[in-house]
Design a protein around this ligand. Structure first.
Ligand code: Z5A
Length: 224
């Protein structure tokens, strides 16, 4: 694979979308080829599964069935969007990926870790993020941000946002455990600070971990 695969993870309202847009902008200024995608979703069929899950239609099936649905969406996303981009030398910035299944369904949903490991192995087929930013902040702060944004748009809470505060606190711990277990891949970013400071922390970590991405590209941009 010629492109770099970078994922952004964290609880509700952590600022992933905000920071992905900023990083895409910075990389674009360096003529680095980059696409932005998200999970669940990121390909037409995966977006259909997204609507089904976030609409709460799979909740009654339990966390393992939901994990299977997220995995099904991920297979299509990898096949149609992520792998072709990486092969063509385009960097992929992805809003959530397999760590979300580990955190939401695995840790908080209480699914056996061995089962989640096996599901991940058959789903990813060896495609792992080169770098994962875990945007960390107190659950209350993230939920307040997400709530304010929804109120501004006149939207309601989705399947996961409507869970209680203890769910979101456990989620934060789950992400910190993932980061602790895989320090080479994961960087924890303090997301409870000004967006400019978060952006600087992400850029600094990227320069340390994947320096070629933070230099001007040496070949023309091949994907918009
Ligand atoms: N899920 C799962 O369970 N298992 C899986 O395998 C996968 C997903 C892949 C997808 O939701 C849901 O699916 C998700 C997990 C579950 N749970 N939920 N809900 P989604 O895609 O609809 O939403 P999200 O991923 O949770 O993102 P989000 O809540 O939309 O937040 P965000 O992208 O991290 O944050 P943001 O949109 O950039 O910022 C939120 C607001 O805060 C916004 O008004 C910003 O202007 C503001 N903001 C951003 N940064 C700051 C700072 N630094 N200070 C102050 N305000 C800020």
């Amino acid at each position: 694979m010629a492109g770099c695969f970078i994922t952004f993870e964290g609880g509700e309202g952590a600022g992933k979308s905000t920071q992905i847009a900023r990083l895409k902008n910075r990389l674009g200024q360096l003529a680095q080829p980059v696409i932005v995608t998200r999970e669940p979703g990121g390909s037409p069929h995966a977006e259909e599964i997204r609507a089904f899950i976030l609409g709460g239609h799979a909740k009654h099936l339990g966390p393992f069935a939901e994990a299977l649905l997220f995995a099904a969406a991920r297979i299509d996303h990898l096949d149609k969007t992520i792998t072709p981009a990486l092969r063509s030398g385009t960097h992929v910035l992805c809003d959530r990926f397999a760590d979300s299944t580990r955190a939401y369904q695995g840790s908080v949903g209480n699914i056996d870790k061995g089962l989640i490991d096996q599901l991940e192995t058959v789903t990813l087929q060896g495609v792992k993020p080169h770098l994962t930013f875990i945007l960390d902040l107190p659950a209350e702060v993230g939920l307040a941000r997400a709530g304010a944004r929804q109120a501004g748009k006149g939207e309601g809470a989705d399947r996961f946002e409507e869970e209680d505060i203890s769910f979101h606190q456990s989620l934060r711990q789950a992400y910190l455990s993932i980061a602790q277990a895989e320090p080479k891949r994961c960087v924890v970013i303090n997301a409870d600070q000004d967006p400019d400071e978060v952006e600087t922390a992400i850029w600094t970590a990227l320069r340390e971990r994947l320096p070629p991405m933070t230099e001007p590209a040496t070949r023309p941009l091949d994907v918009a």
